[in-house]
Design a binder for this molecule. Structure first.
Ligand code: 5GP
Length: 121
């Protein structure tokens, strides 16, 4: 699937629509999900134009891949849910149709602040 420049996260990255920002660096932007499913529900997205995790794995640079993984950890620490300073969390990426992905710009959901339950419901 080709990247859609008009997806909602592309608009957030271009600051055309607002978000509740948690963290930003050269590689990632993180903000709260508009429809939280747990006490803490953050999103971490790469700044590059990648549709999903498969696209990212094939086409992102090593720096971008490291930047995203590090970014998830930085955000978890900022939210006090990382394994070292908090009680942990779930990082989840939905991929394409069967994965239930709605926004076609790669994003990781971080769920925490409470027990998040079974892996698949
Ligand atoms: P997906 O189903 O693609 O993995 O998740 C997309 C997520 O984006 C959903 O959890 C949805 O609530 C969130 N979302 C959709 N539109 C917006 C928006 O405009 N702002 C924010 N902050 N989150 C959004």
């Amino acid at each position: 699937m080709a990247y859609d420049n008009n997806n909602i996260f592309a608009k957030i990255l271009r600051e055309e629509i607002p978000c509740k920002k948690i963290y930003e660096d050269d590689f990632v932007l993180s903000f709260y999900d508009i429809n939280p499913q747990k006490k803490i529900h953050a999103l971490v997205i790469p700044k590059g134009k990648y549709v999903d995790l498969d696209d990212f794995a094939v086409n992102a640079s090593n720096d971008e891949i490291v930047g995203l993984i590090k970014g998830i950890n930085i955000v978890a620490k900022k939210l006090n849910i990382s394994a070292d300073i908090g009680k942990g969390y779930r990082a989840l990426a939905n991929i394409s149709e069967h994965g239930g992905q709605e926004v076609p710009h790669l994003h990781f959901h971080l769920f925490g602040g409470e027990k998040v339950g079974k892996m698949v419901q």
